[in-house]
Design a protein around this ligand. Structure first.
Ligand code: MG
Length: 382
């Protein structure tokens, strides 16, 4: 194995400068593979990859990642086929995060894996499903999608004999831990971790508005009451004199994204310069990758607007109530009849108890699989 590995590595080195040479351009405050704290279970990297590229491959090849394609971001499948799924949201976050990371000369490979992994723990029906599972598991410590994401990659996904989970690098595990509780997370979060946090919220604020427009929950005029959108629309109209509605909308969306990403970059550069950060161990405990006060205020206005007008829209709430009931029904049915769990879950029940095991099983379901289980188990129950 070692011989094969070193042979493949030397072949790679013969045709390129090698995976680590790609880090030569990184800023002094960027994370480097050679500084990685490694994996819980030591493994050589795959030939051609560095350790974070290996992590990315492990994430993308996991069952949990594939299932994101049929999990809700905000809008359920039955509302149409334009809107984002949890998978396409994840991909858009990775794009924005890599854009920020490249401009800041951070480790894009680490950023990519953090972005691709950030929502792995979402149950069916997004935050609605999460709230229901949290209530169902209240006596067992509740359910949090970020904590479940960590549990998936550390314990539940099975990749190789000899250890549970995906055996990711410690930087990726710590990045996910930061998402769970920022107050107890490791001090001095890597800038790569901070970039993904910033990209996530910029991305969902923007694409949720786009999806709501497409679904007719909002009119463009509603969004133009918000300074962030109005100012972006003014710049777009200045550039394109006669622009039809749909390209206008897409151009405004791109401008809203551009303004926020540029603002975060400018703000981060200024913070790094002010604090004179020129090494990884000089990063402060505070968050450096964030919006300026002016844009943060505009963003907060947009989020308050989306909360009232989109996330609490009667059509969205009606769906939410129905699917939350289905999650609660399936949970109760499986707790009552754990024999209905797939073969192989017996040892998990012995280890984690029935309720947590059922919660884990449901959290792994896609929207459509949960609906199918509801039909099956409710039929059984009657
Ligand atoms: Mg997200």
């Amino acid at each position: 194995m070692d011989t094969l590995y070193s042979q493949a590595t030397s072949e790679w080195l013969a045709v390129a400068d090698g995976p680590l040479a790609a880090e030569a351009h990184l800023a002094p405050y960027a994370m480097r593979c050679e500084l990685s704290a490694g994996r819980v279970h030591a493994e050589p990297p795959e030939a051609l990859n560095n350790c974070y590229q290996d992590d990315r491959d492990r994430i993308v090849r996991s069952a949990a990642f594939r299932r994101l394609s049929a999990k809700t971001q905000v809008f359920m499948g039955e509302t149409g086929d334009y809107h984002r799924t949890r998978l396409t949201h994840t991909m858009e976050v990775a794009l924005a995060a890599r854009t920020l990371g490249r401009a800041l000369r951070l480790n894009e490979d680490l950023i990519e894996v953090l972005a691709l992994a950030h929502d792995l723990g979402h149950p069916p029906f997004g935050h609605s499903g999460e709230a229901t599972l949290n209530a169902c598991l209240a006596a067992e410590g509740g359910f949090c999608h970020n904590r479940h994401g960590l549990r998936l990659v550390e314990e539940l996904e099975l990749r190789r004999p000899g250890y549970p989970g995906l055996n990711l690098t410690r930087e990726v595990l710590q990045g996910q831990a930061f998402r769970i509780d920022k107050t107890v997370a490791p001090a001095r979060p890597l800038l790569e971790v901070q970039v993904v946090e910033a990209a996530d919220s910029i991305t969902y604020d923007t694409h949720d508005a786009d999806d709501a427009l497409e679904l007719g929950l909002l009119e463009l005029g509603d969004l133009l009451t918000l300074p962030l959108w109005r100012e972006a629309a003014t710049r777009v109209r200045r550039r394109y004199a006669n622009i039809a509605d749909r390209p206008l909308r897409q151009a405004i969306l791109a401008e809203v994204l551009r303004v926020q990403l540029t603002d975060v970059l400018r703000q981060t550069h200024a913070a790094l310069a002010e604090l004179q950060v020129d090494a990884l161990d000089q990063l402060p405990d505070t968050t450096l990758v964030e919006a300026s006060l002016a844009v943060a205020e505009q963003k907060a206005e947009l989020e308050a607007f989306l909360f009232q007008r989109v996330y609490r829209h009667p059509r969205v709430l009606a769906q939410r109530a129905r699917f939350q009931q289905q999650v609660a029904d399936v949970f109760a049915a499986l707790v009552r009849r754990p024999g209905e769990l797939p073969a192989g879950f017996g040892s998990r029940v012995a280890h984690d108890g029935v309720r947590r095991t059922v919660g884990d099983y449901i959290a792994g379901m896609t929207d459509r699989f949960l609906i199918a289980q509801h039909t099956r188990l409710c039929d059984l129950a009657t």
